[in-house]
Write a new protein. Structure first.
Length: 137
């Protein structure tokens, strides 16, 4: 049994080594450390909440205040942009049980709001922070 586990671990290590360079593997490990144990979605939510000065309970709750709603929609947008492996339904569950249509609408709202200088500046700041954390340039 232990020999099988070791063989499997060796197989995984070789597979990873063949797919990624040493630098790419180190960058992935460094990125994981920069998130301080949070998932990417949690990091995006935390960052947006700080920028918009709202709390997570409001984001996951039913508040319709403009600032809370805008922050929630920005979170939807960035999760969809940076986490391609998550479904609209999963984003909705993460944000307090919203359905996929709400997520689609929220993403479209942000796309429509980017002409506004204030919203665009917050968008640009959040985007740059995410890219810096994930070492994307």
């Amino acid at each position: 049994m232990i020999e099988e586990e070791n063989s499997y671990i060796l197989h995984l290590a070789l597979t990873i080594a063949n797919q990624y360079t040493r630098e790419e593997i180190q960058q992935m490990l460094d990125n994981d450390n920069k998130l301080d144990g949070m998932s990417l979605n949690e990091y995006i939510m935390d960052l947006n909440c700080k920028v918009f000065e709202v709390n997570v309970q409001d984001i996951k709750g039913r508040s319709r205040k403009y600032n809370v709603n805008l922050c929630r929609q920005m979170i939807m947008y960035f999760i969809r942009e940076y986490n391609q492996n998550i479904s609209l339904k999963q984003i909705g569950v993460f944000l307090g049980g919203r359905d996929h249509a709400t997520i689609i609408n929220g993403i479209r709202q942000i796309e429509g709001h980017l002409y506004n200088d204030v919203i665009k500046s917050k968008y640009d700041f959040i985007d740059s922070q995410i890219k810096a954390t994930l070492c994307l340039h």
